[in-house]
Design a protein around this ligand. Structure first.
Ligand SMILES: *Cc1c(COP(=O)(O)O)cnc(C)c1O
Length: 402
């Protein structure tokens, strides 16, 4: 885990936005990178806010002594929730997307003796959290009344875009227009939200007009591509996470040897196999079988046969000269070093790098380093990137149509 990459990425992203506030999103154990370590690095690198989905992660940040503002947006609203109480006690801002949530928060705030600080969430089309526009006026009216009662304080208004990862999609502009209407309505009702926030990574890179008062950066601070057309290196971003393992066995096998369960791979000539002590229990996807994604001593070698629970095999070829037990296999890392990236792994299994990094299991030890590598290697691309217009994908197949 190269924390200096996270630091450099945050600085590069902050250079791309005029929004006065920058949130580093550290949900999901900081996308698998380690909640507290990343949060500390983010704050030291200029992040004004931290964002988590779960309240327990926000509380863990406070328990680690982190005092930066935190917003958390996913919780079960229940009057008996100790977690909500603890979050409010710890000055954690929470998202608010329904009158029910508001009533629960107000009740807990009353017990606590100070208002719950909230960011009202508009559901602008994701159909996830937040209030839909037809329910917005009611939520805003209740929020204003709760402010007058001293149980709630509305600090922000926010939304998350359904087309967040397709910045030029027209759905974004219409969602943002809906968001602006929602802010206007809230102000007309007497609320005074200081922070309007909409954009996650792809729109930070691609749509400056959506930045408002704060941006919420996740994937990009970890150096991964937030959208297929946005190559992290073009923006001076690099991955922070490399996954490596030692080769624990190297052996020669004859032609016709079946490899791994059900012998889905069979050697056609004498080959050398290497054994890597990581498997699907560690987050290695089974779909990576057959892909040349593992770097050993500068050679890119394929995963051979089925991935097992704790281990998998690589095909070292007919000649393994120079390769030995104990050599380091780089599964993925910074492509500038010649290794595959998590984005390459994601593409190989028909997904994205975000799924790969998030699945790396907690049991893998995280080793933190700050590399000596000069910031951004002069790879500044400021002013060289133009936002493209949206193009319908050639074959606009839609799965999952209900
Ligand atoms: C995950 C998340 C983000 C960050 O998204 P990235 O694409 O990783 O930058 C921002 N806002 C919300 C609400 C999120 O859930």
């Amino acid at each position: 885990m190269d924390l200096s990459a996270i630091s450099d990425n945050i600085k590069a992203l902050k250079d791309r936005t005029k929004a006065p506030f920058f949130m580093a999103v550290v949900k999901g154990n900081a996308y698998g990178h380690g909640l507290v370590e990343v949060a500390r690095t983010a704050v030291a690198s200029g992040a004004d806010w931290l964002g988590t989905a779960q309240l327990t992660e926000a509380i863990a940040l406070r328990n680690a002594g982190i005092t930066a503002p935190i917003l958390s947006w996913l919780y079960l609203a229940s009057q008996t929730s100790d977690t909500i109480l603890e979050a409010l006690e710890n000055n954690i801002d929470v998202s608010l997307g329904s009158v029910h949530q508001l009533q629960v928060l107000a009740g807990i705030a009353q017990r606590l003796g100070r208002p719950a600080v909230v960011h009202l969430e508009l559901d602008s089309g994701l159909s996830r959290g937040g209030a839909r526009k037809e329910d917005w006026a009611e939520l805003v009216a209740h929020a204003r009344q709760a402010e007058l009662d001293g149980t709630v304080l509305v600090r922000g208004i926010w939304t998350h875009l359904a087309w967040a990862d397709v910045p030029a999609h027209p759905g974004n502009a219409s969602a943002v227009a809906e968001f602006e209407d929602a802010v206007r309505e809230a102000r007309e009702a007497g609320l005074t939200p200081e922070l309007r926030h909409v954009s996650s990574s792809a729109n930070i890179l691609d749509r400056p007009e959506f930045h408002f008062d704060m941006v919420r950066a996740g994937l990009a601070i970890y150096g991964l591509a937030p959208a297929d057309h946005l190559n992290p290196t073009d923006f001076g971003l690099r991955p922070a996470l490399s996954v490596t393992a030692p080769l624990v066995m190297v052996k020669k096998v004859p032609a016709g040897t079946g490899v791994s369960y059900e012998h889905q791979a069979i050697t056609y000539e004498p080959r050398y196999l290497g054994l890597i002590p990581l498997g699907y229990a560690d987050g290695i996807p089974k779909g990576i079988s057959g892909r040349s994604v593992v770097d050993i001593g500068g050679r890119s070698v394929p995963v051979i046969g089925k991935v097992c629970m704790d281990q998998f095999m690589v095909d070292l070829g007919p000649d393994a000269t120079g390769i030995d037990v104990g050599d380091t296999a780089v599964l993925f890392g910074d492509p500038a070093t010649g290794a595959a990236s998590a984005d390459d792994w994601g593409a190989a299994i028909g997904s994205h790098g975000d799924e790969i990094i998030n699945r790396i299991a907690p049991r893998l030890p995280r080793i933190y380093a700050s590399s000596e590598r000069a910031s951004l290697d002069g790879a500044s691309s400021e002013g060289t990137y133009e936002c493209p217009d949206y193009q319908e994908p050639a074959a606009a197949g839609q799965d999952n149509v209900a």
